[in-house]
Design a protein around this ligand. Structure first.
Ligand SMILES: NC(=O)c1ccc[n+]([C@@H]2O[C@H](COP(=O)([O-])OP(=O)(O)OC[C@H]3O[C@@H](n4cnc5c(N)ncnc54)[C@H](OP(=O)(O)O)[C@@H]3O)[C@@H](O)[C@H]2O)c1
Length: 262
């Protein structure tokens, strides 16, 4: 795709979304950085800043001529075992990461169809490729987006709409910083040892932390990559994980991962 026409990014106040909005604008897209609180985008130049809360349908208004939608807005929760995760946390994560994304996407499809096609880019997580303990709620919300994206891709290819999925590894944002502490699961005695081992393992991936602007360059490359695959990493760790997952018998991949985590 040529970098022209209108691109909308959700959750562009900070982190990956903000970096992607800046990169899209730099490449020549007419960019709308959408966010819950537009004051957070006061210093963004060369683009429009608009209010959009994915959990509030009354705020979702997408522009005519939309060519690129980046479904980036997302939240996470404390890292707890399934046994102890409050149902309210499941509901909160799914409200934003799944139902909010669906609300925005439903409105994007007819507009893109009328514009002759475009790209819907869903930001999920490379964590769905590994059975990471205490991430069940977050991984489930992202895996739901994977399934929705696959069906959507099959439905809208006929309209010239390409659906892609970005599966980030550890990108240096507030979300990564918030998760950079021993898992809350350690408060539960039955899970303490596993939580401590997971925290030790986390130290081993610090070198793979990737700046958000570097991830954003790869994400916009993927958006413009007309004949590319459905799924992309956007940092060396996620690119490697995706290659491992693609190239291995899946049962063998999951068994190997389970051995390393438990
Ligand atoms: N960083 C990583 O290592 C990593 C790894 C894998 C996947 N991801 C995914 O990448 C995406 C971006 O994450 P990030 O690391 O940039 O996180 P972040 O720094 O925490 O930023 C999250 C963004 O989502 C926005 N948001 C949350 N709820 C929203 C809602 N209801 N409506 C609109 N916007 C909302 C936030 O807005 P406010 O400023 O208003 O809170 C913020 O702009 C997420 O989908 C995340 O799951 C990140």
């Amino acid at each position: 795709m040529e970098p022209k026409g209108t691109a909308v990014v959700t959750g562009a106040s900070r982190g990956i979304g903000r970096a992607v909005a800046i990169e899209l604008a730099a490449r020549g897209f007419e960019t709308v950085a959408s966010m819950r609180n537009p004051a957070d985008g006061a210093d963004l130049s060369g683009m429009r800043v608009e209010r959009l809360d994915v959990t509030d349908p009354s705020t979702i208004a997408l522009p005519e001529g939309l060519r690129v939608l980046v479904n980036n807005a997302g939240v996470e929760s404390d890292n707890l075992p399934v046994e102890h995760m409050p149902i309210e946390s499941w509901q909160r994560l799914f409200a934003t990461n799944v139902f909010g994304l669906v609300e925005v996407t439903k409105r994007a499809v007819p507009i893109m169809r009328a514009a002759g096609g475009g790209v819907i880019c869903n930001v999920t997580s490379s964590s769905t490729l590994a059975p990471v303990p205490f991430l069940g709620t977050y991984r489930a919300s992202k895996a739901a987006v994977t399934a929705i994206g696959e069906s959507l891709a099959a439905e809208v290819a006929q309209f010239g709409i390409r659906v892609i999925e970005i599966m980030p590894g550890p990108i240096e944002t507030d979300m990564l910083a918030a998760s950079d502490r021993p898992p809350a699961a350690a408060e539960h005695v039955e899970y303490r040892e596993l939580a401590e081992r997971l925290w030790e393992g986390r130290q081993g991936i610090r070198d793979a932390y990737t700046p958000a602007d570097e991830a954003a360059r790869r994400i916009v490359d993927a958006i413009c990559d007309d004949h590319g695959p459905l799924r992309y990493g956007c940092d060396d760790l996620s690119v490697g994980m995706l290659a491992g997952w693609n190239g291995t018998d899946n049962a063998q991949w999951v068994r190997g991962m389970l051995r390393s985590f438990s």
